[in-house]
Design a protein around this ligand. Structure first.
Ligand SMILES: Cc1cc2nc3c(=O)[nH]c(=O)nc-3n(C[C@H](O)[C@H](O)[C@H](O)COP(=O)(O)O)c2cc1C
Length: 183
């Protein structure tokens, strides 16, 4: 897929088939992710891969409980967290959590760039992704790291669900953007 076409047509996907995503495909996506630039080329990322729709459903229940307990009740996201029908991981087959493996000041930015690479690579391969920021505080909780086997010194930055999409929504327009030409 042409890069500009991929940028234009990638969408956040929230409806998936039950088909699993194979390890080799995930390895390919991670290989694409780590082509991202990083500050001083430190490549300060680690990838925690959680597989299985049922497992993600169960973990999603935990993530929602955590969000419900920690979000302000007037947050628009709180309503999702307490909605029993809401699937925080949207029925995806896999969750890839890109983690900063050190506390360097720009490691989080590096992980975000890797995340965009991963999402575009998945799109180019006909798969769907969605960044699930709502799950990030839960992923950073020590008990969650222990449960998933994420090292205590890693900092989850980019939780990205992955799966075989049911549909690809049409490209969306962006808001009018302010550009200052500081000539
Ligand atoms: C940092 C970040 C956090 C996000 N968190 C969530 C989330 O928790 N749940 C969700 O369904 N989508 C989440 N999204 C997806 C956005 O809602 C989506 O990218 C946005 O609406 C634009 O749509 P598009 O990606 O289809 O262009 C997140 C995206 C980003 C970049």
């Amino acid at each position: 897929m042409d890069l500009m076409e991929a940028l234009r047509t990638r969408r956040a996907i929230r409806e998936f088939t039950a088909e699993p995503v194979g390890d080799d495909l995930i390895k390919e996506l991670i290989a694409a992710a780590i082509l991202a630039p990083s500050s001083s080329n430190l490549q300060p990322w680690g990838f925690a891969v959680v597989l299985g729709g049922e497992r993600l459903h169960a973990l999603g229940t935990e993530a929602k409980s955590y969000a419900a307990a920690h979000l302000a009740t007037d947050s628009p996201l709180h309503a999702h967290a307490v909605d029993p029908t809401f699937e925080i991981f949207h029925g995806a087959a896999a969750l890839i959590v890109i983690c900063a493996v050190n506390s360097e000041t720009q490691s989080a930015e590096d992980c975000c760039l890797a995340g965009e690479n991963l999402m575009l690579a998945a799109h180019a391969k006909g798969l769907g992704t969605c960044w699930i920021g709502l799950s990030r505080p839960w992923l950073n909780a020590p008990a969650t790291k222990t449960e998933l086997g994420i090292p205590a010194g890693w900092h989850p930055v980019a939780p990205i669900i992955l799966g075989h999409r049911k549909t690809l929504p049409a490209p969306t327009a962006r808001e009018k953007t302010i550009v200052l030409w500081c000539r």
